[in-house]
Design a protein around this ligand. Structure first.
Ligand SMILES: C[S@@+](CC[C@H](N)C(=O)[O-])C[C@H]1O[C@@H](n2cnc3c(N)ncnc32)[C@H](O)[C@@H]1O
Length: 295
């Protein structure tokens, strides 16, 4: 999970860009799906590599991301189709758009730098905007709802399970005492006071990850999309998935290992080079796994 907290809005730099393209090896007549479109970086790479007639379906839960990607991908004209949807509905969306079977699918999980740096979204520790954290504004529950309404035990369990945070109980107690909490900054300050600063990570990093995962049901939708990826791919088609923390990566690894229709092409996950990490620190925890449909 990206944890850099610059307050300035930032363009998103695609992570493991060359490695994703090498994995998918787009063909000129291929049909591809980017189910986490973001700023359209990987999508543009796929469209360039599959020109002149490769097609791409771009999906994102965040209408703002889709708007940005629409501009980035405008030059590809009718080769692109963009849909506002959650990838947990991948099969239905792909089928209704004529993208089943597909030659390749990319999932670049988590959030973009644009979302992280948008003060109104509440993803960053320094954000003075509402503690929101929803990818999709239609999602019913915000991070503020969870922080202000869950009982202490439920909050501690959530922070422990989705944040793998050892100080979950202490943090939950401090949050309950400080309620109501309205902004991300306020929450980060409460956590920092409760646990102090140890090491390089901001003490609120794991709690923020946990809330974001809970708000967007990230592990549930990942578990739902994985079997659909297999249904959508054509034999010989490939899927490339970038995970940013072990809870996601473990699910991808286990699914790839047990799905009989898949041949795993990455015995070990592909990780960014030191040069990529230096140029784009948010790439540092990325792990790319690739599989091919065999049946
Ligand atoms: C890391 S960014 C993708 C960046 C993109 N690969 C690029 O190169 O610009 C992840 C994107 O996936 C979207 N997203 C996360 N979970 C989603 C879900 N369940 N369904 C659809 N989109 C999702 C987020 O809104 C965000 O825009």
């Amino acid at each position: 999970m990206p944890s850099d907290t610059d307050a300035l809005p930032r363009a998103h730099v695609s992570v493991l860009f060359d490695q994703v393209l090498a994995a998918l090896a787009p063909r000129p007549d291929g049909c591809y799906i980017d189910a986490t479109l973001g700023a359209g970086g990987h999508a543009a790479g796929i469209l360039d590599a599959s020109s002149p007639s490769g097609r791409l379906l771009g999906i994102d839960a965040d209408p703002h991301a889709l708007e940005i990607a629409r501009q980035v991908l405008e030059r590809f004209g009718t080769r692109v189709r963009l849909v506002h949807a959650n990838f947990e509905n991948l099969y239905a969306v792909a089928a209704s758009c004529g993208f089943v079977p597909a030659d390749g699918i990319v999932l670049d999980l988590g959030l973009s730098s644009m979302q992280l740096s948008d003060a109104q979204r509440g993803f960053s520790f320094q954000s003075e905007g509402a503690l929101d954290m929803r990818f999709d504004p239609n999602t019913p529950t915000t991070a503020a709802d969870l922080v202000n309404t869950l009982d202490e035990r439920a909050l501690a369990d959530l922070i422990f399970e989705y944040g793998e945070e050892r100080a979950a109980r202490r943090i939950a107690r401090a949050i309950v005492r400080a309620r109501p909490i309205h902004t991300a900054r306020q929450l980060a300050d409460v956590i920092a006071r409760a646990v102090g600063r140890q090491g390089k990570l901001h003490p609120a990093t794991r709690t923020f990850q946990a809330l974001r995962i809970a708000v967007n049901r990230e592990l549930k939708v990942l578990e739902r999309v994985l079997p659909q990826v297999v249904q959508v791919l054509k034999p010989g088609g490939r899927v490339a998935i970038i995970a940013f923390h072990s809870l996601e990566d473990r699910r991808v690894k286990n699914f790839f290992r047990t799905a009989r229709e898949l041949r795993v092409l990455t015995k070990h996950p592909i990780t960014p080079t030191p040069e990529e990490i230096a140029a784009n620190p948010r790439s540092r925890s990325a792990k790319l796994r690739v599989a091919e449909k065999v049946l």
